[in-house]
Design a protein around this ligand. Structure first.
Ligand code: S3P
Length: 192
């Protein structure tokens, strides 16, 4: 189905959705890659929250963690996500910890369609090992750290509106699975 030809029922939201689609999930889940492609598919703008945070701070994410610590990073992250949700709807890739912060999660639940990109440990580790830009994984045993983060975060990510698996298959399939799930969600929960 092409971007703008989804069937519209009398009280359904417009298509693409009037709300921002926020991708959540662990580092390496593919939020940025899939998010860009989803935005192209829907012909809406794409934003990466980490890029916006770094631009606002004039520092890399690693520098923000080193200079100010994680708690301040989370505050900045929440403010940036709130500002982005005030803007036009689009696709938003959030950082892996954003949905874990209760206030950021509340914002995303209230104002976005949240999509958990779920991936297994092998897939996540393979993807994160390509870059050394993640302060939380700069530890002696990144694999054990990732396993601990999965145990802690998966139950919370599961609160997202939509869950889609992000494995090794073609990204286009993941994008289509999200599009289908959003259409199903819209049918189940039409706009008031
Ligand atoms: C984090 C994930 C990172 C970045 C920061 C913290 C996390 O984003 O926000 O390093 O807590 O999981 P990505 O998920 O885009 O790597």
């Amino acid at each position: 189905m092409e971007p703008n030809d989804a069937p519209q029922s009398a009280n359904a939201e417009p298509w693409p959705p009037a709300r921002t689609i926020a991708l959540v999930g662990l580092m390496g889940a593919g939020k940025t890659t899939v998010g860009r492609r989803l935005a192209e598919r829907l012909d809406v703008p794409f934003t990466d929250a980490d890029d916006e945070i770094a631009a606002a701070a004039g520092r890399t994410i690693t520098e923000i963690f080193e200079e100010f610590g994680e708690a301040q990073f989370r505050d900045g992250e929440r403010r940036v996500i709130e500002r982005l949700l005030d803007g036009p709807p689009g696709v938003l890739a959030t950082g892996g910890g954003a949905f874990m912060d209760p206030r950021t999660r509340a914002l995303l639940k209230e104002r976005a369609i949240s999509v958990w990109l779920r991936a297994d440990l092998e897939v996540l580790m393979r993807r994160v090992s390509r870059r050394d830009t993640r302060p939380l994984l700069r530890v002696a045993d990144p694999r054990a750290r990732m396993r601990a983060l999965m145990a802690e975060r998966h139950p919370v990510y599961a609160e997202a509106d939509i869950v889609v698996d992000s494995g090794d298959g073609p990204k286009a399939d993941t994008v289509e699975a999200i599009v289908q799930a959003i259409q199903t969600l819209k049918r189940a929960r039409p706009a008031p």
